[in-house]
Design a protein around this ligand. Sequence first.
Ligand code: DGY
Length: 320
Amino acid sequence: MDKRIVVTRTVPESAVEVLREAGAVHVCSQDGPLSVPELHDAVRGAHAIVTMLHDRVDAELVAAAGPQLQVVANVAVGYDNIDVPAVTERGVTVTNTPGVLVDATADLAFGLLLMVTRRLGEGERLLRAREPWTFHLGFMLGTGLQGKTLGIVGLGDIGQAVARRARAFGMNIAYTGRRRAPVEVETELDARHLPLEELLRTADVVSLHCPLTEQTRHLIDAAALSAMKPTAFLVNTSRGPVVDEKALAEALHEGRIAGAALDVFEHEPAVEPALLELDNVAIAPHLGSATVETRTAMAELAARNVAAVLRGAEPITPVG
Ligand code: DGY
């Protein structure tokens, strides 16, 4: 009998084709995320589940699927939606999609960085509002990047890719993280390792590239924001809850930092209303990996992980 593979939301056809080779595929094609009861209902009898970052994957989901469940393949590099110990201790393999989204996410982070430092959103809003304007030397001045310091929180693959882009813009690199980066990486990027407090105190732009864990939840809170320079910018393309959004809105409102660029939100898809009122905030709806090429590669990698596990081979990119 064919193995049952449930995909919780539409994925590119090339990934479905890979999955069809491995079993009977059911793609949930509703418009939005499934509610928890809908999700539990959909996965009943599944041997494999392809999940999205908004699907809660925990012991209850595994129980709802049943004892035949073999693999949960998340179509994201981040897996804070998954209670990995609870799932793996029930004998279910968990996989994610590292690597394939590094450049797309770094491009987006750097795009947002430019957007906020050069006030591009503000400029576009002015024109779209048909406000009068003329060129003059003091008009809508932004902040240059050359010679400034980019402080990276989490110098993993994406953090390093952002640092390479920043080096090309003439920026200096500092980073913080649980572990020191390999010496070749530090040398290539001329990156200084700093404690978080010092990085916050000295960086001109702080860019977040750490996973969301209990240790990083609200890592950037009111105190961290107060430690930053009033001329500094914050960029977040990691996970929303790494930043206390209310504290950020207050810090921006009071001019305690110069601006923020956010691709992710604490209560996604909701955005803290106070942030929407502020001109010194650039925002995007979680577009980090959103290119045709990257999203296709992510879905295909998840599908290949499913196929590997269902045929009894090692998963390609396991978690935990
Ligand atoms: C991820 O993969 O974790 C991103 O946030 C979505 O592409």
